[in-house]
Design a protein around this ligand. Structure first.
Ligand SMILES: CC(C)(C)CCc1c(C(=O)O)[nH]c(=O)[nH]c1=O
Length: 314
């Protein structure tokens, strides 16, 4: 079977990539992704200035056996926009496409980074993280539809006719799928949607210590891994159905060829891995590629397009 695909007219030899934030914060990690079998890669969401992020422990794996996942409250640690912009200038675009993720702390910071990117005329593809913080006391951008609309209006006009994408938090209500998609569909240059970011503000408890397990935010943090797969698949399919002009990138609960196949069936063109990559390292891409290929072989599929978005209903 052939795992090759295209994204925004760029060729990829397979649909697998990292989720922003995992194995992509510093040069050595980015080089490891460049060398890996990943079909594409994305940088850690950056802010205009470098940030240390939250005190540790700020990422933990949950229940090493079943069900399995992670909780994190990293606090946007990153090397700052200029660092990742410099990486976009030394990336080997022949080998795989590069996405750059931004998550400005303010609208002005987002616009400043957009400006820097536009002038750089880099082949890197912009993914704007809509879980970026809003005015304190207000919901994150992805859950504040007026603020999201304003941000997209400003960002798309700042970025001109260039294609970009958004990383969305998970939604859980059909009315929210409808409202978010209606906003996104008003911005034709928003060419793709990545669903989902971690499920926000979960709480993991260790009964031996009778304590939370991460330090920031009284133990509250974003949930990833097996726990989020059904929600991730729902968001991929909801936006696939509602945004026929946009590509969908699936993220959430992928740790083998099985979940990658599900995401593609649900409508994902590319598939990101976070928790599983954090735990296994970049060797995971070769493994999941082989597993996806084997599933396709067994089902008699020779290309991704033969089952992409072909999820059946009853
Ligand atoms: C949650 C924010 C810190 C506002 C954005 C960065 C981010 C983080 C993070 O850096 O804590 N973790 C996630 O699982 N998703 C994210 O989008």
């Amino acid at each position: 079977p052939n795992l090759a695909t295209t994204f925004l007219d760029l060729p990829l030899n397979n649909p697998l990539m990292n989720a922003s934030g995992v194995w992509c914060s510093v040069g050595s990690q980015l080089e490891a992704l460049q060398e890996s079998e990943a079909g594409a890669m994305v940088t850690k969401s950056c802010t205009l200035q470098p940030r240390d992020g939250n005190p540790e422990p700020r990422y933990r794996v949950l229940n090493g056996d079943k069900p399995w996942g992670s909780i994190n409250s990293m606090g946007l640690p990153n090397e700052g926009f200029a660092y990742y912009l410099r990486y976009t200038e030394r990336h080997d675009y022949e080998s795989k496409p590069l996405f750059i993720s931004i998550s400005g702390l303010t609208l002005d910071d987002n616009l400043a980074m957009i400006d820097g990117l536009k002038d750089a005329v880099t082949p890197a593809i912009l993914e704007i993280n809509l879980s970026c913080p809003n005015v304190p006391g207000k919901a994150q951008l992805g859950y504040d539809f007026d603020a999201m609309d304003t941000l997209l209006a400003e960002v798309t006009s700042g970025y001109g006719q260039r294609s970009l994408g958004v990383k969305l938090p998970p939604y859980f209500d059909i009315a929210h799928f409808d409202e978010a998609a209606a906003i996104l569909n008003r911005y034709p240059t928003v060419a793709f949607v990545t669903c989902i970011n971690s499920i926000g503000n979960a709480l993991a408890i260790d009964i031996d210590s009778e304590s939370v397990i991460i330090k920031p935010k009284d133990g509250f943090g974003g949930l990833g891994g097996d726990y989020v797969l059904p929600t991730a698949l729902a968001n991929v399919n909801a936006f696939y159905r509602r945004c026929p002009e946009k590509a969908i990138i699936g993220c959430g609960g992928v740790k083998s060829g099985q979940e990658a196949f599900m995401h593609i069936l649900a409508g994902a063109t590319l598939v990101q891995m976070g928790t599983a990559l954090y735990e296994e390292g970049p060797g995971i891409f070769a493994r999941v590629k082989a597993e996806l290929s084997e599933i396709m072989e067994k089902k008699g599929y020779s290309s991704l397009s033969q089952f992409h978005g072909k999820l059946k209903t009853l």
